[in-house]
Design a protein around this ligand. Structure first.
Ligand code: 0WD
Ligand code: CA
Length: 410
């Protein structure tokens, strides 16, 4: 498809020529030097409570409590029937929580360089999205099963990227087996065994004085809640979340994104966020060479991409058996994962992930030039295909408020 395809390594397109129509996902096109990725900086955070209400603070941030034994015997099935409140995943929140955070924290974003320059970009960032959407982009060159749809709108010079559920994903969600539904609970249950803090207060200590519940900063939480321990007898409520908001740069793309953080290091001497955050995971115990290779080739790719993006340095993994009993716990340092996988044949490469993501963002920038909250460019990708897009005005895909939101000069 010469002339049609967006050439990743090629010279930049002159502004006058029409945008290319598709973007190739082939790995070998992205095997070059690792692009610049600036150390992500936390510019804020927010919490969602048990009813999914937004709070511009860290009340839902928990801390990690190391299990007593290396073989802890946590029963992840406990409480699935009876002590589980599941978030309604039919409700699509799109970028709503992030937009809310931006409205409440505009002043923190209008940085010196934006204010000083006559930048047409009011927010001072090129891209606003969820971390989870960027994770999908990073893993695209290696994905063979699930495609994606990403809706993009330019407003005030900034590109907003919000996922749209594919038909296949909707079918999978509506036809999950009871076993699968239960296994989705296991990850949250593992967090409950290993994390302590405000969530415990909210579910079991309802009478706690307001001073214990409404902290504005993480330092206060640490001193007041230093005594609390994980509460495996409590309710697991997946509406609750703590999300970090980070700013960084991938080559020329200034990014602002938010991601859910499971907990933080409780050591008061731990570095400042996001370097003190810890991601919790569960996975089937590894007993054969085939399982080990699959874990390295597929699971570690997703784990690495998700935590590398916001600069979360550690993953604590609970390995479980088929009955949901955790048989071992292991820590993975994100910075050591690329070494760990190096000897694996047919394995993924971090540089391919990052270069593809970077190229996709350049492609989006070249395509989405109209600054209008009512216009959506829907980027679509299916395994073994190129990325393509379609244009929609005032459609079901619109996801930004058509209001004064983009006027930051009032
Ligand atoms: O597609 C998404 N990722 C969307 C996420 C679409 C719209 C909203 N959100 C919200 C979720 O409500 C959640 O609060 O974003 C938050 C998570 O965003 P993220 O960090 O960008 O997402 P991701 O990295 O995919 O997931 C992080 C964690 C997951 O942990 P594991 O260890 O399983 O990767 O967030 C949880 C889950 O615990 N999570 C969700 N929680 C509620 N609703 C959702 C979801 N749709 N997706 C992931
Ligand atoms: Ca997790």
């Amino acid at each position: 498809r010469p002339g049609q395809n967006h050439h990743p390594a090629g010279p930049s397109t002159p502004p006058s020529s029409p945008p290319t129509q598709s973007l190739s996902v082939q790995r070998q096109l992205y095997e070059r030097d690792f692009p610049l990725y600036k150390q992500p900086v936390e510019v804020g955070h927010f919490s969602l409570d048990s009813e999914r209400r937004f709070f511009n603070d860290a009340r839902q941030l928990r801390y990690y409590v190391e299990p007593e034994k290396s073989c802890p015997n946590f029963d992840l099935r406990d409480g699935y029937r009876g002590r589980f409140v599941k978030r309604d995943d039919r409700v699509k929140e799109k970028l709503d929580h992030i937009l809310r955070w931006i409205l409440a924290n505009r002043s923190k974003l209008q940085s010196k360089d934006t204010a000083a320059s006559s930048s047409p970009c009011a927010l001072g960032v090129d891209i606003v999205t969820w971390r989870g959407h960027l994770t999908k982009l990073l893993t695209t060159p290696y994905e063979t099963r699930e495609g994606w749809l990403l809706a993009v709108t330019r407003m005030g010079g900034t590109l907003y990227i919000s996922e749209v559920e594919t038909e296949a994903a909707r079918r999978d969600r509506e036809n999950r087996t009871e076993r699968h539904e239960e296994m989705m609970y296991w990850g949250y249950k593992f967090e409950q065994y290993t994390c302590a803090g405000p969530r415990v207060c909210n579910t079991t200590k309802q009478g706690a004085p307001p001073s214990k519940r409404h902290h504005e900063d993480q330092g206060a939480l640490q001193t007041d809640d230093a005594q609390s321990l994980p509460d495996p007898g409590g309710v697991v409520n997946t509406n609750e979340a703590f999300c970090t908001v980070v700013q960084t740069r991938l080559a020329e793309h200034r990014l602002l994104f938010s991601g859910e953080v499971d907990c933080r290091d409780k050591d008061p001497k731990a570095p400042s966020p996001p370097a003190n955050y810890i991601e919790m995971k569960t996975s089937l115990e590894i007993s054969t060479p085939k399982q080990r290779s699959n874990f390295y080739r597929f699971k570690l790719l997703k784990w690495w991409a998700q935590s590398f993006l916001p600069g979360v340095p550690r993953i604590v993994a609970g390995f479980r058996d088929h009955d949901g009993v955790v048989v071992s716990v292991e820590t993975y340092h994100i910075s050591k994962i690329s070494q760990l996988i190096k000897n694996e044949t047919n394995c993924w490469k971090p540089t391919v992930c990052m270069n593809f993501c970077c190229e996709f963002l350049s492609f989006v920038k070249s395509v989405v030039t109209e600054d209008n909250p009512r216009v959506v460019h829907l980027f679509s990708w299916d395994p073994h295909r190129d990325v393509t897009y379609s244009i929609h005005s005032d459609s079901q895909y619109s996801f930004l408020p058509d209001c004064e939101f983009h006027r930051y000069d009032d």
